[in-house]
Design a protein around this ligand. Structure first.
Ligand code: HPA
Length: 252
């Protein structure tokens, strides 16, 4: 089993195709594995090589907005951790709140704000995973964020940094909600990643998060937000995203 796993966000699943000597298993063929059904998420586990390293790529994730229990949302994270993965890269599409951002930017997640109204660690604590009250003062590893910056310099793929706010969804935010999120220090907003990051830190994994700013958040531009726009942007940045990930994995 690889030491490294990567969860591919909306429209970013193509990365899995770039792995060499790959074995792909549809989620439906994995015992107990929940199936993901969102448009833009071909759902399978691909294990292959990149930059001479073995990587497990999860193309398709589970979202709280699907109405799933948050424990189900982090099922794949728990399995990766128990199989021996020690480094987890979480990627997503997110709305840009920071007015300095542009559609298509790649943001290294420095920290998060959990506004989902749920925590995957609620309920009885399973001591095999980790402690009852895990520290969250460095969810996104400073070391891995530094590697992302080094990969950015080496590949020429620009990155920005910021704080990711996680909301329940599935409706996009209102302009008032986006003003609120900006006021509390969020640079980007999305509907994923945070449950997996919390569960991974609970298990002592090193976590890196990367958001593709697929659209400017509600009210920033005088136009509505659509899932089509999100998918169009992630398709457009596909090459840069894959190059950056390759650079990061080479350094891990
Ligand atoms: N809001 C929440 N989630 C998102 C967005 C957004 O604007 N874009 C992509 N995921």
């Amino acid at each position: 089993m690889p030491r490294m796993a990567i969860v591919l966000g909306s429209g970013l699943g193509d990365f899995a195709e770039t792995l060499a000597d790959a074995v792909a298993v549809p989620y439906g063929d994995l015992p107990h594995w929940p199936t993901a059904r969102v448009v833009g998420h071909p759902s399978r586990l691909v294990i292959g090589s990149l930059e001479g390293k073995r990587v497990a790529a999860l193309a398709g994730r589970h979202h709280f907005y699907e109405g799933l229990d948050v424990g189900t949302v982090v099922f794949a994270t728990r399995v990766m951790g128990r199989l021996g993965v020690t480094q987890l890269i979480l990627t997503n599409a997110a709305g840009g709140i920071n007015l300095g951002f542009q559609r298509g930017a790649l943001m290294v997640i420095d920290d998060h704000i959990n506004l989902m109204g749920a925590n995957p660690l609620a309920g009885d604590n399973d001591e095999r995973f980790g402690p009852r009250f895990p520290d969250m003062s460095e969810v996104y590893s400073r070391r891995l964020r530094g590697m992302a910056d080094a990969a950015s310099s080496a590949t020429g793929v620009a990155v920005t940094h910021g704080t990711y706010a996680a909301v329940h969804g599935p409706s996009y935010e209102t302009p008032a909600e986006i003003r609120y999120l900006r006021a509390i220090g969020a640079d980007a907003v999305g509907m994923s990643t945070v449950p997996e990051a919390i569960a991974a830190r609970h298990m002592g994994l090193e976590v890196l998060g990367i958001s593709c700013i697929s659209n400017m958040a509600a009210g920033v531009l005088p136009e509505p937000i659509s899932h089509d726009e999100v998918m169009e942007t992630t398709r457009r940045v596909r090459g840069a995203f894959i190059a950056l990930l390759g650079g990061i994995i080479a350094r891990l």
